[in-house]
Design a protein. Structure first.
Length: 371
């Protein structure tokens, strides 16, 4: 019933709900990402989408050796895999300052970068580094328009110069994430990116022109990195596209990435001739999208009636009631948002050539590994 590209041999043995990864699709996504960047050397991809050592290894096999992280645990995972450079793209506050310094000592072959937008916190980080007789390599987090974190572009140059004078801090560049770039039309998205890149270039030139080190600039996310690639020679930081999800696939038709993950789910109840329930509640898929949190492969026309913690009730339109499944049928649902979905599972089966060939641990699912 409902065989799709995500079906595989042995699926009947997998306990549902269960997130499944498809290695061949993921590898194609990595290759497409590298092609957009015109080589792996400009890529500094985020690992928060998958949080997996095995996916880091896979990217390293393709020549990518820089990674961006959201947690100390993710950074530790990348260090353990021998990444050349790792950016912790999240402000250092509280115990994470000491943890970051421990991270640097634990993996001396990896170059770690921190980010911040707060002078007080940079001073605290610098003081902690001085006590340890070391320095923290710092990137200024610049607000490019999302207004979530970051120093305003108007203040960036002055604040950067101030931070460069703080003992224990070594300023290396800027982190310029534009998570608000949601324009589906590539031309509109590109026009907005151009304006930001021109401003960042002026800031960078002013700093380097006065003899300061501002050599590391990390731009963008999945929707915007192809735009940045054409406008500068700096680093590019896509993330979601490595795995890809139904949300980005629908929102950005210009990007050729394929969803490389799906949740295996089963029908647990059938109500009447057009409604059925799956064992895939909000504990099995990211709950932040609304109203649709996943797209059923082969039944893209199905719509949510309600979704609770362990139940997902869906309804078919009248013209498709002939497709009603039976209780016990296996189905595959592609998450609209893969990043929080991956974090819901301790491990995932990996499919190659239509068969399970491995199980990959979601290594950095917890916020603390050993550091």
């Amino acid at each position: 019933m409902n065989k799709t590209r995500y079906s595989f041999e042995g699926e009947e043995t997998v306990v549902s709900p269960q997130l499944v990864y498809y290695k061949e699709i993921i590898e194609r996504n990595i290759q497409k990402m590298i092609k957009y960047a015109e080589g792996p050397q400009r890529l500094w991809p985020h690992v928060k989408t998958h949080k997996m050592a095995e996916v880091v290894k896979l990217q390293m096999q393709h020549g990518i050796d820089r990674f961006k992280c959201a947690t100390i645990a993710e950074a530790e995972m990348c260090g353990a895999e021998g990444a050349k450079k790792v950016t912790l793209a999240y402000p250092l506050v509280g115990p994470n300052i000491a943890r970051f310094l421990t991270l640097v000592k634990t993996f001396p072959e990896t170059e770690f970068f921190a980010i911040s937008d707060c002078t007080e916190q940079v001073e605290l980080a610098g003081a902690a580094a001085v006590k340890e007789h070391t320095e923290i390599q710092m990137l200024m987090d610049v607000d490019t328009g999302q207004h979530r974190t970051g120093v305003s572009m108007e203040q960036a140059a002055a604040v950067y110069r101030r931070w460069a004078q703080i003992p224990g801090i070594c300023m290396r560049g800027m982190h310029c994430y534009d998570g608000h770039r949601h324009e589906s039309d590539y031309e509109i998205r590109n026009r907005e990116v151009v304006a930001v890149d021109e401003q960042i270039a002026r800031i960078k030139n002013a700093l380097t022109g006065s003899g300061m080190d501002c050599g590391v600039i990390i731009f963008g996310g999945t929707p915007s990195f192809p735009c940045h690639q054409k406008l500068n020679n700096d680093y590019l930081s896509p993330g979601t596209c490595v795995i890809q999800d139904a949300g980005y696939a629908a929102a950005y038709p210009d990007l050729p990435f394929e969803p490389g993950a799906a949740v295996l789910t089963r029908v647990i109840s059938v109500q009447g001739g057009d409604t059925f329930t799956l064992d895939m509640g909000t504990k099995a898929v990211a709950s932040d999208p609304s109203p649709e949190r996943a797209v059923i492969a082969g039944m893209e026309y199905a719509r949510t009636v309600l979704q609770n913690e362990e139940h997902w009730v869906v309804k078919l339109p009248p013209e498709h009631t002939k497709d009603m499944p039976k209780v016990g049928d296996v189905m595959f649902a592609v998450p609209v948002h893969i990043c929080p979905t991956s974090a819901l599972y301790p491990s995932v089966p990996v499919i190659e050539e239509g068969k399970i060939t491995d199980w990959w641990e979601v290594t950095a699912r917890n916020r603390k590994l050993s550091i």
